[in-house]
Design a protein around this ligand. Structure first.
Ligand code: ATP
Ligand code: MG
Length: 138
């Protein structure tokens, strides 16, 4: 077990539904410490850059539209195995396939409006933390 950092985004659908507090509680109750937090309205350019890995996917334009449709809450979570723990708490990308009790099972509407983002590897976590919180880079 190692102490890691991971990037979380509470997406526009979840912010609009007033479940920011409930989602942040899931992190805290499961041993993840919130070490940075902000509410931001992403520009098309920021959302496009953040999800650039998906540029060739058919849903890329819709994804950028959706992520800029309202404010998001971006945080850095720190704790033992933070990257995989956060992914476990989030549940599968498609909320219909997410395990009961996961954030997406409880709060997501669809595979596209799926409540949260979480870094999928330690390497990507470092890149994503730097993207939103350059002052935290070490
Ligand atoms: P995220 O990167 O947001 O944490 P993820 O790693 O579970 O989610 P990815 O495959 O990286 O899933 O897809 C990124 C995002 O693109 C998804 O969270 C979802 O919002 C959207 N997405 C993924 N697959 C589809 C799809 N088939 N149709 C529509 N939107 C999709
Ligand atoms: Mg992903």
């Amino acid at each position: 077990m190692s102490i890691e950092r991971t990037l979380s985004i509470i997406k526009p659908d979840a912010v609009a539904k007033n479940v920011v507090g409930k989602i942040l509680s899931r992190f805290e109750e499961n041993g993840l410490k919130i070490i940075a937090l902000k509410l931001v309205q992403l520009s098309q350019q920021q959302a496009g850059e953040f999800y650039a890995v998906h540029k060739e996917r058919p849903f890329y334009n819709d994804l950028v539209q959706y992520m800029t449709g309202g404010p998001v809450v971006v945080s850095v979570l720190e704790g033992a195995d933070a990257v995989s723990l956060n992914r476990k708490l989030m549940g599968a990308t498609d909320p219909k396939k997410a395990d009961p009790g996961t954030i997406r099972a409880d709060f997501a509407d669809s595979i596209s409006a799926n409540a949260v983002h979480g870094s999928d590897s330690k390497e990507n976590a470092e890149i994503e933390v730097k993207f939103f919180f350059p002052e935290l880079s070490r």
